[in-house]
Design a protein around this ligand. Structure first.
Ligand code: NAD
Length: 385
């Protein structure tokens, strides 16, 4: 087995929501080692946290600028830099590392403005770097099963795609009580959208990933249910997909009683599929005119790409970290293929710069639509090269 790839992190400090998810997923297959980081907005905390993770003291940096300077000329520089800071800083940080020739895995949303997302994609191309975007739910085995079934034509022509990512974590003004929540409704940090750019974008990415269809236009209605919020905490989107399919997204942070609330239902001429992230190990499949079947994760007869994404035997719980790790494993395969000049695996696709750009373009179209009273608004994506 070849030596593990090296990765570094910006953001993801102690107590952050997503930092540990990356660190746990990255080491699950022994394919990556953390070698450097600037983890925290506070330089002293950042250095201390890096050392607590076992980094060499000279690679536990106070700021990402110090990390860029300290790492760029090393022979053993990182193979991948993860950007896991709050949204508005993604552009500047990812741009600086791409420009210095680093491959980057950026958290979603890729940027807070479409123009910036496009610029990141173009910079990656210009510098010959890989740019991945962490839409982690496409790592779930049964999400990959949905994609495989739809690609095989099992559902026939897709007619309706119904998606949800509606949770209840911000039913009250948590942003006034907790510093960790404060940035999530601050337009200076998240841009023009809160819950759609934070949660709903995942559901839209799964819709694209599973069906292969593009979201061509949106009609959006935003609401700020909690008084004082500058941005939406509930959004309803009608969706027009390519090939004539239609659909909807409900995304919310005020759905009391919903824990996480990510689900998708896909209806085609020849059958329907239904999957919920809180019950990730079963997929409901109803062939048209026949009873519903339950497909269990790990079951013989699933698509090879779904089985390849299963890590523990059928019946044992498997979930979020493993799905994240599947994305990390796919990234490792792509990084190794690029370094050895071997063909880059095509399936399953890893969420990349295009996914990141599409995610921001969909948010921007929805923001414009909501401001125009729900007018149908095209999702436009400029050329990325
Ligand atoms: P958080 O507020 O919990 O943590 C952010 C971390 O970044 C903190 O440790 C903070 O000190 C650090 N930080 C901030 N600015 C920094 C800077 N300039 N340099 C270095 N470190 C800095 O936020 P979070 O919930 O972990 O979210 C971070 C990003 O991850 C966001 O873009 C969010 O949208 C995304 N996210 C993605 C998923 C997913 O499923 N893919 C889930 C949660 C969050």
């Amino acid at each position: 087995m070849s030596a593990p790839l090296r990765f570094a992190m910006v953001g993801g400090g102690a107590g952050s929501q997503i930092g540990d998810s990356h660190r746990i997923a990255a080491r699950m297959d022994g394919l990556f080692t953390l070698v450097a980081g600037a983890f925290d907005i506070d330089p002293e905390r950042s250095r201390a946290f890096g050392r607590s993770l076992g980094l060499a003291p000279e690679r536990a940096f106070g700021t990402w600028q110090e990390m860029l300077e300290g790492e760029r000329d090393r022979d053993d520089r990182p193979d991948l830099v993860v950007v896991a800071t709050p949204n508005a800083s993604h552009f500047e940080i990812a741009h600086a590392f791409l420009d210095a020739g680093f491959d980057v895995l950026c958290e979603k949303p890729l940027a807070t403005r479409l123009a910036d997302a496009v610029e990141l994609a173009r910079t990656a191309r210009r510098r010959g770097c890989a740019l991945f975007v962490m839409y982690g739910y496409s790592g779930f085995p049964l999400v990959r099963q949905m994609r495989a079934m739809i690609r095989a034509g099992t559902l026939g022509r897709i007619r309706v795609i119904q998606t949800e990512f509606a949770h209840g974590h911000h039913v009250r003004a948590v942003e006034r009580e907790s510093p960790a929540a404060a940035w999530r409704y601050d337009p200076a940090v998240v841009g023009p959208s809160a819950v759609l750019a934070d949660a709903g974008t995942h559901a839209l990415q799964i819709a694209r990933f599973t069906t292969g269809l593009a979201i061509e236009a949106v009609s959006a209605h935003f609401a700020s249910c909690v008084p004082g919020r500058a941005l939406e905490d509930n959004a309803q989107l009608a969706l027009r997909f390519s090939e004539g399919a239609v659909g909807a997204l409900w995304t919310s942070a005020v759905a009391v009683g919903q824990a996480h609330g990510l689900r998708i239902r896909i209806f085609g001429e020849d059958g329907g599929l239904a999957w919920e992230q809180e019950r990730p190990n079963r997929l409901l499949w109803t062939p048209t005119g026949e009873p519903t079947r339950i497909l269990e994760r790990g079951q013989p007869g699933l698509a090879p790409e779904a089985l390849a994404a299963c890590r523990v035997s059928m019946g044992h719980s498997e979930g979020y970290f493993e799905a994240f790790a599947n994305i990390w494993r796919d990234i490792a395969a792509r990084l190794r293929a690029r370094r050895t000049g071997t063909p880059v695996p095509e399936e399953p696709p890893v969420p990349d710069a295009l996914d990141g750009v599409l995610g921001v373009a969909e948010v921007e179209a929805a923001v414009a639509s909501a401001a125009a009273g729900g007018a149908w608004t095209a999702v436009r994506v400029p050329a990325l090269d």
